[in-house]
Every structure is written in structure tokens, then in C-alpha cells.
Design a protein around this ligand. Structure first.
Ligand SMILES: NC(=O)c1ccc[n+]([C@@H]2O[C@H](COP(=O)([O-])OP(=O)(O)OC[C@H]3O[C@@H](n4cnc5c(N)ncnc54)[C@H](OP(=O)(O)O)[C@@H]3O)[C@@H](O)[C@H]2O)c1
Length: 231
């Protein structure tokens, strides 16, 4: 069921698979934005604890959370996500499945992508595992702490949230969800570009871990005095 508040914003029902840091941070942000959240996990005690901590409307098992609403957040490790999506494929059919996973493993040279070597992005693997799901790569760029801020904004600009989606309905829902959080949707194309988002995240994490600030490496060309437009 869909509700609208006085401002016309739609109240969404969002199921969350996982009970850890991202489940709590994003779930909490969605509760604050007025959405109805159900936390679903494989451990009843941690599921109830996370749900209580963020003020979720409901909690239960993974299947119940997958069936709960029009959107489902996959907040488990990138290694576990495709198999979990396969197990829940009938329940995820027709829903927007928000994939925030980061396929990242440490190396002596900083973190590297665990999908390196020509294999698909985790988002593509999830989509292959649950073909009727409308998979969206989103919400994985930022550290979980960012989602605990009441209104994420930096240097005067609301946080931009990049996402990749193939299904127009899932892209529209994601855009609406991001806007409801006070952030700016940043559509980045279809799922074939999700590998770029995943790799960019791993790159940024490596910069942060080495003490740098990744966003300082990406100024828009238009910010340069006398910027040329011949690129
Ligand atoms: N933490 C961040 O700042 C951050 C930022 C961006 C993206 N991400 C991505 O978000 C995802 C979740 O990260 P997190 O930090 O929230 O991890 P986390 O705190 O370790 O929580 C992981 C959750 O996944 C559950 N889980 C793992 N394997 C599962 C399976 N096979 N079936 C069902 N549940 C399973 C765990 O359940 P149990 O407790 O029962 O083991 C736990 O609830 C990861 O893919 C990560 O790369 C994290």
C-alpha cells in the first residue's frame, strides 16, 4: 500500500536483508524520511535489536523482509549477495532490489575489487541470480556513517547519490527515495555501468585508508577559471 504525506511525498515500504552497519544506517535514514522499514535477518536477536534501534515498523526473517514492500535493500557482503538473491528470487520478483554491496578485498597494495579480472559486477550477478528482480546499484559509495547524518550535505550541496538501473520503474523509485532523504539523485546509466560504481568505491576507500580525501580528486572542469568546453 502507498501513502502520501501532506507534501505529496510517498511513504514506501522497504524490506532490508541484513542487520549490520548498513542495514542500521540506511534503515534509520529511511525511517527518518517517513518510510516504513522492515529489518530481516537470519539471527532473531540481532534482527530485533537493529529494528528497535532504528525505529523500524517491523522485523522478521529474510523471506518476510524480501516480501515486505516495493523496495528491498541487500545489505549483506558482496560474496553472499548473489546466492541470497537466488534463494529469495521468487520473493524479489517485481521489486526494486537496492544493491549497496562493495566487492572489496584487501591486498598489500590497498583494497582491490574482488570481481576484478573480467567478471561481472556484483549487481549483475544479483540480477542474473534473480532475473525477475529490478536490481539497482545504489547507496554503496558512502561509508555507513554518512547515512546517520540528519541531512547529508557537504560544502553547501546535498549529498549526490549515484545509481545504476535497467528498469525504468526501479530507477524512478530510487530517484524518489533519494530525494525523500534530502539528497540529490545522480542517475549513472544501466546496470552495465554498475562495475564502474563498484570500482570507484573501492578506489575511494583505498584513498581514505591511506589518509587522503577522494572527493578532492574529482573537481568538475567547469570549476577551473577559463575552463574550456572543447572536451
Ligand atoms: N559499512 C560500510 O560503511 C559500507 C559502506 C558501503 C557499502 N557497504 C556494503 O554493505 C554491505 C553490508 O555491509 P555492513 O557494513 O552492513 O556489514 P555488516 O555490518 O558485517 O553486516 C552484514 C550483515 O549481513 C548478514 N549476512 C551475511 N551473510 C549473510 C547470508 N548469507 N544470509 C543472510 N545474511 C547474511 C549478516 O548477518 P549475521 O549477523 O547473521 O552474520 C549481517 O547482518 C556489504 O556488502 C558492504 O560492502 C558497507
Amino acid at each position: 500500500m502507498t501513502f502520501h504525506d501532506a507534501n505529496g511525498s510517498r511513504t514506501m515500504r522497504i524490506g532490508i536483508l541484513g542487520t549490520g552497519a548498513m542495514a542500521a544506517a540506511l534503515g534509520g535514514a529511511w525511517v527518518r524520511a517517513g518510510h516504513e522499514v522492515m529489518v530481516g535477518g537470519r539471527n532473531a536477536a540481532s534482527t530485533a535489536s537493529t529494528a528497535t534501534r532504528i525505529g523500524a515498523a517491523a522485523h522478521g526473517g529474510l523471506t518476510e523482509a524480501a516480501q515486505y514492500g516495493q523496495a528491498v535493500l541487500l545489505a549483506v557482503s558482496a560474496e553472499a549477495a548473489p546466492q541470497l538473491a537466488k534463494e529469495l528470487a521468487p520473493d524479489l520478483a517485481g521489486r526494486a532490489v537496492l544493491d549497496c554491496t562493495v566487492p572489496m578485498v584487501p591486498s598489500g597494495d590497498g583494497p582491490v575489487s574482488s570481481t576484478a579480472g573480467g567478471t561481472d559486477s556484483t549487481a549483475k550477478r544479483i540480477a542474473a541470480a534473480a532475473p525477475q528482480a529490478r536490481v539497482v546499484k545504489a547507496f554503496g559509495i558512502c561509508h555507513e556513517s554518512i547515512w546517520t547524518l540528519p541531512q547529508p550535505a557537504f560544502e553547501g550541496a546535498p549529498l549526490a547519490v549515484p545509481f545504476c538501473a535497467d528498469a525504468p520503474s526501479a530507477a524512478a523509485l530510487t530517484r524518489e527515495l533519494i530525494t525523500s532523504m534530502g539528497c540529490t539523485p545522480l542517475p549513472c546509466g544501466g546496470l552495465n555501468r554498475a562495475a564502474l560504481l563498484e570500482a570507484t568505491t573501492v578506489f575511494a576507500v583505498g584513498v581514505w585508508w591511506s589518509g587522503g580525501e577522494a572527493r578532492h580528486a574529482f573537481p568538475a572542469p567547469a570549476l577551473a577559471p577559463g575552463a574550456v568546453d572543447d572536451q
